[in-house]
Design a protein around this ligand. Structure first.
Ligand code: NAD
Length: 379
């Protein structure tokens, strides 16, 4: 039985722990947890039946206790990943699963990669999309050679207005200095996919983008600084926090409505508790009056060694969350959208076909998350 220690039991940490518990209970179990948020730590300890000597509130005590499992999942916030991965190696962990992005400092990324290699540490970054059935199928078609060589990739990520508002305007990733630029936070997966498909070195990158919309000059007349402060624009505002987090009916609700733990720290929160945090916390702020500075739209162009090119675009302004990919090759093309289970493959002069992919229909990249943990535990 493999023991898995988890540093940071927030959204990601708890999700991975739940996958271990529900899908891999015969092979692995949670052996220790550390989180400086006492509410979260206590709830997780109860849910996973972990005694006090396996629960740490302080990272120094956690690391000083030495290796607390066969593997460590590092699921803390972006700015801590480098130092936590270094401390994990100091503590003797040989299997580390590190949340993305590794760091916004390239020297830190290189240092971690170098050290892991030298010390024989299996350091895996959570680029979960590589593990989803959909992207693995695209990779398989490309590798088969039937489409010839890749010429260009046109890839896009539609973040969805509500998701962007939650994470990049009101939430954890609203400030570039505190965490990461939005492209790094959201699209490191996409850049990773493009690099994975291309299988050759990227020689040149350029990028442009802006924070176009979520600024105070775009606030509608009558908007107040918090949604619950008598905002007169509330009824016509798609970003109204009360609606998104509490009152939207089931058939209309986005996944944001089910993010109660992000609001209150508690796995199950009452309506009253949610209202309380919307009144006082960041998630109740008007999207036009937040201290956000990350871009809400950005484009990247990439040139590769043999003349292949790629474009990636990211936008907050879409109704749904999905990624589209169009890969043109010398003998054919692949066209797909990751929320579908089919990919269109056209072979020049021979016509097209629809290729089915095995995907678990869940919102966002949860499909990739499940398969990622499955592969990790097996390895
Ligand atoms: N792989 C993916 O697709 C994916 C998706 C979303 C988020 N992420 C990344 O995962 C990471 C975690 O995101 P999240 O949404 O779970 O955030 P979160 O804020 O919900 O969770 C982070 C947890 O770490 C704890 N923590 C932070 N610093 C700590 C420290 N020094 N000691 C102890 N506990 C500490 C916090 O209290 C919190 O509970 C982020 O870096 C994010 O960018 C990855």
């Amino acid at each position: 039985m493999l023991g898995i220690a988890v540093l940071g039991v927030g959204s990601r940490g708890l999700e991975y722990m739940s996958f271990v518990k529900y899908f891999h209970r015969k092979k692995a179990k949670i052996s220790a947890v550390c989180d400086f948020n006492s509410t979260r730590l206590k709830e997780v300890a109860e849910k996973f039946k972990l005694p006090p000597d396996k629960c740490f509130l302080d990272e120094d005590e956690f690391f000083a206790a030495g290796r607390r499992g066969d593997a460590l999942f590092i699921c803390t916030q972006d700015a801590s990943h480098y130092s936590h991965a270094m401390k994990a190696m100091d503590a003797g962990y040989k299997n580390i699963l590190l949340e993305k992005p590794v760091s916004k400092n390239i020297a830190e990324c290189e240092e971690l990669a170098r050290r892991a290699k030298e010390e024989g540490v299996h350091l895996v970054v959570c680029h979960v999309l590589r593990y989803s059935g959909y992207y693995r199928k695209i990779k398989e078609i490309l590798r088969s050679g039937e489409l010839g060589e890749i010429v260009s990739i046109n890839h896009s990520e539609s973040i969805a207005y509500f998701h962007f508002a939650h994470s990049y305007v009101r939430g954890n990733w609203h400030s570039e200095a505190a965490t990461s630029p939005s492209l790094l936070a959201k699209c490191c997966h996409d850049i990773d996919l493009i690099q994975w498909f291309m299988e050759e070195e990227c020689k040149q990158v350029s990028s442009t983008g802006s924070l176009k919309y979520f600024k105070k000059e775009n606030a509608p007349p009558g908007a107040t600084e918090r949604c619950l402060d008598g905002c007169k624009a509330k009824n016509n505002c798609p970003y109204d926090a009360e609606r998104l987090y509490i009152t939207d009916p089931f058939y209309k609700a986005t996944f944001i409505k089910y993010m109660g733990r992000v609001l209150t720290d508690k796995i199950i929160s009452t309506k009253k508790e949610k209202y309380e945090t919307l009144k006082n916390g960041d998630y109740g702020k008007c999207v036009y009056f937040c201290d956000n500075d990350v871009m809400d739209n950005q484009i990247v162009t990439m040139n590769f060694a043999s003349g292949k090119t790629a474009v990636h675009s990211m936008s907050a302004f879409t109704d749904k969350m999905f990624r589209k990919t169009h890969i043109t090759c010398t003998k054919g093309e692949i066209i797909g959208q990751d929320s579908d289970s089919k990919i269109t493959v056209n072979i020049f002069g021979k016509g097209g076909k629809k290729v089915r992919t095995k995907i678990i229909k869940l919102s966002g990249h949860v499909e990739g998350d499940i398969r990622f943990i499955k592969r990790y535990i097996v390895k």
